[in-house]
Design a protein around this ligand. Structure first.
Ligand code: ATP
Ligand code: MG
Length: 453
């Protein structure tokens, strides 16, 4: 049998240390902000029947045509690891009768899978945070969702990323625009990249999204959606933009912004780092951090009643790159002992402090020197060193076994320790009998609590 260690799968990441802290910070901030906006948490399956994605995203999208991880299970059913959240949430909305909660605001986060060419900021297993408002056709829903995204970025400390906003109009506007794009690009078809020639038939809006230098010269003069917007679609967009202005969300118009997926209507948006900004430098060419829009057509493609909805998703890894590596939290306390017999006492002191809400580094034992070095690494505000009462002639072996006190010494390089001392002794008091050394208040004698009567 080979002893060679198997390697990780290409495009997956093992996230550790300061990068893992940045990742956790993104998720924690998202959890806090989604509560401010009263989005309810949902947990979704990691896999669905393949048709959930194939039908809702559309066969012609990159995701469905090239990027899905699909396989037949042992029962012969075609399943797919979710490449995005929206389709699964829409399926759940229909199969669980969540219509009764509409307008339903839900949020989730977790891993997604796309077979892509791995590079910086682009992985085969990546993670998203996701927010959806289902069953609300009002432009105010778009505004609230965008305000949440904007606040999230600010609370993550990201200030050089701006909302790029477009409208794709209603179904009729979008159809007329699509026809005009086919005419326009059809006339120069031979000069376009192979990929865009292919898109011309299947998904002409996506040509506007092209990054191929052969397509670029034709993009600026391509027909704009504004010429095709119905009065209703125009009014909808105006309500979104004036709502954003009122909510204090900065935005720029991006006339050729389209979303890759077929089900989008009206509002489409991406948050993109400002040119020349630190965030642009951090992300390289993978420039979109958060994207979404209104997908009023999705529920019907899954066999449900027409249901207006709007949502967004953001890559956690990309947000974490903008947040930057974050130091692991320093310890409030380090509890160590330089006496081998204090093991259970260190656990007792550490537990008491933790139950009082402090974060505590403790050692599992070992050489005192190693313990001190590890404690220094944790950079605690206060170091607590436990020692047994010095063995001397007057202390018999028998006494040592039974109720000899532990001496606790507080050590800290911080002058604030003087103020903290009281707090520490108080927090220990619930678990121990504490008597403070009259001569030295950085030192106390701890005894197990006196038996209750
Ligand atoms: P891109 O144009 O970068 O491929 P997309 O349009 O496919 O993005 P969406 O499906 O809208 O992306 O997903 C929303 C967000 O998820 C993106 O803005 C990005 O932050 C993140 N994301 C998408 N694909 C990946 C991936 N393969 N690796 C890491 N993050 C990703
Ligand atoms: Mg993509």
């Amino acid at each position: 049998m080979s002893k060679k260690t198997p390697q990780a799968i290409r495009g997956t990441q093992d996230i550790f240390g300061p990068d893992a802290e940045a990742f956790a910070f993104v998720v924690e901030t998202f959890e806090r902000v989604r509560r401010l906006y009263r989005f309810r948490r949902v947990e979704m399956p990691v896999f669905e029947k393949t048709e959930v994605f194939a039908r809702s995203l559309g066969e012609t999208t990159d995701v469905v045509s090239k990027e899905m991880y699909s396989f037949d299970d042992r029962g012969g059913e075609s399943l797919t690891l979710r490449p995005e959240f929206t389709a699964g949430i829409a399926r759940a909305f229909l199969t669980n009768g969540w219509q009764q909660y509409a307008p339903l605001k839900v949020a989730t986060h977790g891993p997604l899978f796309r077979y892509e060419r791995p590079q910086k900021g682009r992985y085969r297993q990546f993670h998203q945070i996701d927010a959806e408002v289902i069953g609300a056709g009002e432009p105010q829903a778009d505004v609230e969702l965008l305000a949440m995204a904007d606040q999230l970025l600010k609370e993550l400390g990201i200030h050089d990323v701006t909302l790029h906003l477009n409208t794709l109009g209603d179904a009729d506007s979008r159809e007329a625009w699509r026809a005009a794009l086919i005419d326009y690009f059809g006339a120069v078809k031979g000069n376009l990249s192979e990929e865009s020639q292919e898109r011309l038939e299947k998904n002409p809006l996506r040509i506007l999204d092209s990054k191929d230098p052969r397509d670029k010269p034709f993009l600026a003069d391509a027909p704009k959606i504004d010429a095709f917007l119905s009065d209703e679609a125009q009014a909808f967009f105006a309500a979104v933009t004036s709502g954003l202005d009122a909510a204090g969300v900065k935005w720029v118009r991006a006339e050729s912004l389209v979303r890759g997926l077929d089900y989008y209507r009206h509002t489409a948006f991406e948050f993109i780092p400002d040119e020349g900004s630190a965030s642009a430098a951090a992300l390289g060419s993978q420039s979109t951090v958060l994207g979404g829009g209104r997908y009023d057509g999705l529920m019907e493609s899954l066999g449900g009643a027409a249901t207006p909805a709007v949502g967004w998703a953001a890559g956690i890894e990309r947000l974490a790159m903008l947040v930057g590596a974050r130091e692991e939290e320093k310890a409030d306390f380090a509890v160590i002992s330089d006496h081998p017999r204090c093991g259970s006492d260190t656990s007792a002191v550490a537990s008491t402090l933790r139950r009082s809400g402090f974060n505590v580094h403790s050692s599992f034992g070992g050489k005192a020197k190693k313990q001190f070095a590890a404690a220094r690494e944790a950079d605690p505000t206060v170091r607590i060193v436990l020692r047994r009462w010095e063995v001397n002639e007057t202390l018999t072996q028998e006494k040592l076994e039974t109720d000899d006190p532990i001496i606790v010494e507080l050590r800290s390089d911080y002058p604030e320790i003087a103020e903290l001392r009281f707090e520490i002794w108080e927090s220990l008091r619930c678990g121990f009998d504490v008597s403070i050394d009259a001569a030295n208040s950085d030192r106390a004698f701890l005894r197990p609590p006196s038996p209750r009567t």
